[in-house]
Design a protein around this ligand. Structure first.
Ligand code: NAP
Length: 295
């Protein structure tokens, strides 16, 4: 019923409209309609009297503040809306407070797409591992830098590998967020906040991104039978059977250290936009199931 954007105009109609048609008109370069601020749109369209009002939030992340997503999520809860987001900001900066606000408002707060697209991570733990204690995790969770490292191993240039990720829409709008390790730090904070009940922000995560020396380091690692990886964890095992070492190109993986289930590794061989979109759909199905269960 509503799509507010800063540069492409806005479309809001409480009775609904054809989303595919709206997407085609944006692709043709036409504005959706008169501009409307996203907060105004949320306040106008959200209504506690509507049973299934859902905000799907997909704005870019300001790594200093977690905004604008946190304000969007808060406005949605205040308007009685469920929230689904692929944005790391809300879980990485304000999970504890937002989860409490969602509980008070009686709505869902889901963010499956924030880590590894639609591969089950948060819902794996939430839905299928009841009573399990997560003791830690380590993962390769940033496709852009894993692709660049794989390309550097093959002797390709940093710039051409990054350009490919930008052309595919996989790199962040500001690619320094990927390269400097901020995206991985935000995912680490989100995972720690949700799975380990931490109260972190990305700024408190130790971070080492890619540098001009990464090509030489990646090539000398591979010559020694090892691989250079940007790993989202505080510890790193370097035995020959490390499940993270086999990851090529855009592959991601997350190893959960659990009690009593031990280590569980989930792998995404190829990332991509459809897979992020699937994460939003899977959260939407969760909201629908919860609504049905309450009837
Ligand atoms: N791309 C991926 O593979 C992927 C994977 C997992 C998670 N994510 C996350 O998903 C989110 C969206 O990614 P994306 O690749 O779709 O980004 P994108 O192509 O840059 O699109 C961002 C959208 O947000 C709108 N926007 C920007 N600033 C806004 C503001 N202040 N208020 C309201 N709307 C605003 C933009 O409007 P305009 O149309 O006017 O520019 C645009 O429509 C990001 O948080 C990203 O980290 C992306």
């Amino acid at each position: 019923v509503g799509i507010p954007t800063p540069r492409h105009g806005s479309k809001c109609d409480g009775a609904g409209f054809d989303a595919a048609q709206a997407a085609s008109s944006v692709e043709r370069g036409d504005a959706l309609g008169p501009a409307l601020s996203s907060l105004d749109a949320i306040r106008r369209l959200g209504s506690p009297s509507i049973e299934a009002c859902v905000l799907v939030e997909t704005t870019p992340l300001d790594i200093q503040s977690g905004e604008p997503a946190i304000s969007h999520v808060r406005a949605a809860f205040a308007a009685g809306m469920h929230v689904i987001t692929a944005n790391k900001g809300p879980a990485a900066f304000a999970y504890r407070a937002l989860a409490a606000e969602a509980r008070r408002a009686g709505v869902s707060f889901l963010f499956e797409g924030a880590v590894m697209d639609g591969v089950p991570v948060f819902n794996l733990v939430r839905e299928t591992l009841p009573a399990v204690t997560i003791r830690g995790f380590r993962g390769v969770v940033n496709s852009t830098t894993n692709h660049i490292l794989s390309a550097l191993e093959r002797g390709e240039s940093f710039a051409s590998a990054l350009a490919r990720m930008q052309a595919d829409g996989v790199a962040e709008a500001d690619p320094s967020l990927d390269i400097d390790g901020w995206d991985a730090a935000a995912k680490t904070a989100a995972l720690a906040n949700v799975l380990l009940d931490a109260d972190l922000t990305p700024q408190r995560v130790d971070r080492e991104g890619l540098t001009a020396a990464s090509g030489a380091r990646a090539r000398s690692a591979i010559a020694a039978g090892r691989r250079l990886k940007l790993v989202a964890t505080a510890t790193c095992h370097a035995d020959g059977h490390d499940p993270l070492a086999i990851l090529d190109d855009q592959a991601n993986a997350l190893e959960l250290d659990t009690w009593p289930m031990g280590r569980i590794v989930i792998t995404e061989r190829d990332g991509g936009l459809e897979k992020t979109a699937y994460a939003l759909v899977s959260d939407l199905v969760t909201v629908a199931r919860r609504i049905r269960a309450r009837r």
